[in-house]
Design a protein around this ligand. Structure first.
Ligand SMILES: Nc1ncnc2c1ncn2[C@@H]1O[C@H](COP(=O)(O)OP(=O)(O)OP(=O)(O)O)[C@@H](O)[C@H]1O
Ligand SMILES: [Mg+2]
Length: 278
C-alpha cells in the first residue's frame, strides 16, 4: 500500500506547538479520517487536536501511557461518549467518507459497523448460542437455519467453534476467560462490522489465550479494519501494521509499526517504547 510520510516541518509556525511525526495514509486507503479532534470531560481535556487516518483492512495499534487518551479515542470512534453529557468534542471523524456525527447517521447502525471489545470479557448472562444470536435478533428476523449458520460462521471466525460446538447451550460463564473474550469477539462479528475496536483485549488473559487473540486479530484483517489498544509493546509489534503513540491526549508519532519500533523519529517515542517513560 503506498503511503506518504510527512513530518511536521520544524520551521513552520504550527510546529512551535506540535512536533509530531505523523505518517499520512492516503484518503483512498483510509477507513477513518480523524481531523482536529479534541475532547474534554467537563473542563478536563483528554484529546488535543488529533489528526490521523486509519488504514482500511490493516491493524493499527494505539499505544501510550495510562491516561493518555487511548480509550477516549476508541470510544469516540463509535460515539460511545454520546451517553455522557459532560463530554465536549470538537473536530471531525469520517468513516468511509461520512461524518459520523452527521444528523442522518443512526448511532445503532454506526455501532453495528464499528464494533468494540473491552478489556474484561463481558458475555451476557445467557448461553453461548444466545450471546452470539443477540445482535442478530436485533436486526431483520432470520429463519432458524440461517441464524444457526451465522452463529457457526461467527464462532469459526473467532476461532472458538471447535471448542464450543458441542456445548452451545451451556452458559457463557462456563467458558474460560480467553474463551469468553473470543465469544465476545464472535458476538461482535456476527453483525458483520467493518471495524473492530479492541481495548486491551488480552490484558486479562494468560499467554496461550493471548496468542490465540493475536492470531485472530491477524486473520481478521483480510476483511476488517482493526484498531488495537495495548500496553504490551511486543504485542503491538507482533500484530499491528501501523502504530500511533499518544501522550497526554496528543498524537506524538504515527508510523508503520516496523519503523516506529526500530527507528522512532522522536526521543519521546523511543523513551516510551524502551520503557524509560511510563
Ligand atoms: N468518564 C470520564 N470522566 C472524566 N474523566 C475521564 C473519564 N474517562 C477518562 N477520563 C480522563 O481522561 C483521560 C484519558 O483517559 P483514558 O481512559 O482515555 O486513558 P487511557 O489511555 O485509555 O488509559 P489506560 O491505559 O489507563 O486505559 C484521563 O485523564 C482520564 O482520567
Ligand atoms: Mg484505557
Amino acid at each position: 500500500m503506498p503511503v506518504f510520510d510527512s513530518v511536521t516541518d520544524p520551521a513552520s509556525p504550527a510546529s512551535a506547538v506540535s512536533t509530531a511525526a505523523v505518517i499520512e495514509i492516503p484518503a483512498s486507503a483510509s477507513c477513518f479520517e480523524i481531523e482536529g479532534l479534541s475532547l474534554a470531560y467537563g473542563d478536563t481535556p483528554a484529546l488535543e487536536n488529533l489528526t490521523l487516518r486509519v488504514p482500511r483492512q490493516r491493524v493499527t495499534a494505539f499505544i501510550g501511557p495510562s491516561g493518555c487518551g487511548k480509550t477516549t479515542l476508541l470510544r469516540a470512534l463509535n460515539r460511545l461518549h454520546d451517553l455522557n453529557d459532560e463530554v465536549r468534542r470538537q473536530g471531525h471523524i469520517h468513516l468511509e467518507g461520512q461524518e459520523i456525527h452527521a444528523p442522518e447517521v443512526e448511532v445503532a447502525e454506526l455501532r453495528r459497523r464499528v464494533g468494540m471489545v473491552f478489556q474484561t470479557p463481558n458475555p451476557f448472562p445467557m448461553s453461548i448460542y444466545e450471546n452470539v444470536a443477540f445482535g442478530l435478533r436485533l436486526q431483520a428476523p432470520l429463519k432458524k437455519r440461517q441464524r444457526d449458520e451465522m452463529i457457526e460462521w461467527a464462532l469459526r471466525s473467532a476461532a472458538l467453534w471447535d471448542e464450543v460446538k458441542d456445548r452451545l447451550h451451556d452458559s457463557a460463564w462456563s467458558l474460560s476467560g480467553g474463551q469468553q473474550q473470543r465469544l465476545v469477539i464472535a458476538r461482535t462479528l456476527a453483525v458483520e462490522p467493518e471495524v473492530l475496536l479492541l481495548d486491551e483485549p488480552a490484558s486479562a488473559l494468560d499467554p496461550i489465550s493471548t496468542l490465540k487473540i493475536e492470531e485472530l486479530i491477524r486473520s481478521l484483517k483480510s476483511r476488517l479494519t482493526l484498531i488495537l489498544v495495548t500496553h504490551n509493546m511486543q504485542q503491538a509489534a507482533r500484530v499491528s501494521d501501523y502504530t500511533a503513540f499518544l501522550h497526554a491526549g496528543e498524537l506524538v508519532e504515527y508510523a508503520a509499526t516496523d519503523a516506529l519500533f526500530t527507528n522512532p523519529r522522536l526521543a519521546q517515542t523511543e523513551n516510551y517504547i524502551t520503557g524509560r517513560m511510563v
